[in-house]
Design a binder for this molecule. Structure first.
Ligand code: GDP
Ligand code: ZN
Length: 452
């Protein structure tokens, strides 16, 4: 199917399912106005970008509800098509009735994300911006929403544009060199080509590095709190979840089960996992708990090992540290309020003195957790790669750049260098959606909710 040729009129309920104060039915397409108007008794005719009071009427003209109706004339609308939004009371019966009436008059029920897909196909949004719409809707912290809003505003596209321009200039120079080679026009020297490629590579490499942070902003990460019984794991866990309780959802279990909570750590969603004690045991139930802890430790993005600073160094803690040499690991020397000579283990891993009792060291602990997950916390102005699709496009472009650079250094014919450069260009174009297959587009937009 070719989405480009769809210029029919689509309709959907754009507010979430269920009852609410207000519910919105949205129409987009050439017939939006003609389909909506017979369902309404308007005191004043619809006018572009203006809200109108209207009564929603049934087929014999009886009033069903009052509504505010907004009309956006093409191309100044979300989709760039004619759009009508009917904001009535949020009664599912009424909203369903409106949608069915619109369908009876020739509209088609919109597919998930189809409004945004139309904005994309019309060129009003590029693919990174369309993805940002979905991220914004899915955001669970304000920080996530802010990052998505920047991408929706085109931050990523703006970062890519000059890189692409430079690449096209280089391609043009090489093409010209080839075209005029017979006329003895000087072709670009190899050194100049490799220099140009390096110049284009640098900002792209920097952009690729933002993915480690962009990924966790969008998807969050898991933090497993481990340590011996009584070290203060549960107390630190409770300290860490104190803030931003709005998005906290508790899943308490028995004492030997895992307790997890989703919290916001400086705007990044974190799944905190309090594990059962990691001690050797012959007791069967406890052994199961320990096995589970080790499993969780293996899967967590970051491990926080809590050590009782008042107790002498314990071989179990040392074994835990030794088993995690290649993993992000933080050590909290807890109960610092009880001792001035805390017995921290001999390790080069980041160690923070904390007191779950007084709260001292908790701020430092939060900061250390975040720096474990990403060494780069970009400034507000930096564009971020936030999903795997974007990262893979940039990484593919970089791979081709590296090949082109190698070919240039080896003084291989320019035709061969050009092949790699065109490959890079294709990868960059797929990032913004300039060249993206229908299958991929379908995959991206089908993850949207209906009505967006
Ligand atoms: P867990 O078994 O590792 O989860 O340890 P708990 O969080 O249940 O704490 C064990 C005991 O240590 C409790 O009595 C806590 O009140 C106490 N405790 C935990 N953290 C601190 C701390 O920083 N200072 C002091 N003085 N006591 C603490
Ligand atoms: Zn505990």
């Amino acid at each position: 199917s070719d989405p480009e040729i769809q210029n029919d009129t689509i309709v959907a309920i754009s507010t979430p399912p269920g009852r609410g104060g207000i519910g919105i039915v949205r129409l987009s397409g050439p017939e939006a106005r003609a389909i909506a108007e017979p369902l309404l008794r308007l005191r004043n005719p619809l006018a572009p970008a203006q809200a109108r009071y209207a009564e929603v009427i049934d087929t014999i003209g009886e009033t069903l509800d009052e509504a505010v109706v907004t009309y956006f004339a093409a191309p100044a609308s979300y989709t760039t098509e004619d759009v009508v939004e009917i904001a009535s009371h949020g009664s599912p019966v009424l909203l369903d009735y409106l949608v069915r009436q619109c369908i009876a008059r020739g509209a088609r029920l919109a597919e998930p994300g189809e409004f945004t897909q139309r904005a994309f196909l019309a060129g009003r949004l590029d693919l990174t911006q369309a993805e940002a719409v979905s991220d914004l809707i899915e955001a669970s912290t304000l920080h996530q929403a802010r990052i998505a809003a920047q991408q929706l505003g085109g931050s990523l596209s703006r970062q890519i544009a000059p890189i692409k321009d430079q690449l096209i200039t280089l391609i043009a120079a090489l093409e010209a060199g080839i075209d005029f080679a017979e006329d003895d026009i000087d072709t670009l020297p190899a050194q100049e080509i490799t220099n140009q490629i390096s110049k284009i590579q640098a900002p792209l490499t920097a952009l690729e590095r933002t993915f480690s942070y962009g990924r966790i902003v969008r998807d969050g990460f898991t933090l497993a709190i481990v340590g011996r019984p009584n070290a203060g794991k549960s107390s630190l866990f409770n300290r860490l979840i104190e803030r931003d309780r709005a998005i906290v959802t508790a899943t308490p279990g028995t004492t030997r089960d895992l307790v997890t909570e989703r919290v916001s750590l400086n705007g990044i969603p974190v799944e905190l996992i309090d594990t059962a004690g990691l001690r050797q045991s012959t007791d069967e139930a406890e052994t199961i708990g320990i096995a589970k802890s080790r499993e969780i430790m293996a899967e967590a993005d970051v491990v926080l090992l809590v050590i009782d600073a008042t107790a002498p160094p314990h071989p179990e803690d040392e074994a835990t540290i030794a088993s995690l040499t290649t993993r992000p690991l933080l050590i909290a020397c807890n109960k610092s309020d009880l001792t001035t000579t805390s017995s921290s283990p001999k390790t080069s891993r980041p160690t923070i003195e904390t007191s779950a009792l007084t709260g001292s060291g908790i701020l430092e602990l939060r900061a250390a957790i975040l720096s474990q997950i990403s060494s780069t916390t970009p400034t507000a102005e930096t564009a971020l790669l936030t999903n795997l699709r974007q990262q893979q496009a940039v990484s593919a472009a970089l791979t081709s750049f590296a090949q082109a650079r190698q070919a240039a250094a080896a003084e291989i014919p320019h035709e061969m260098i050009l092949l790699d450069l065109y490959e890079s260009l294709r990868a960059l174009d797929s990032l913004t959606g300039a060249t993206t297959s229908d299958d991929i587009l379908h995959l991206i937009f089908s993850k949207f909710c209906i009505g967006k």
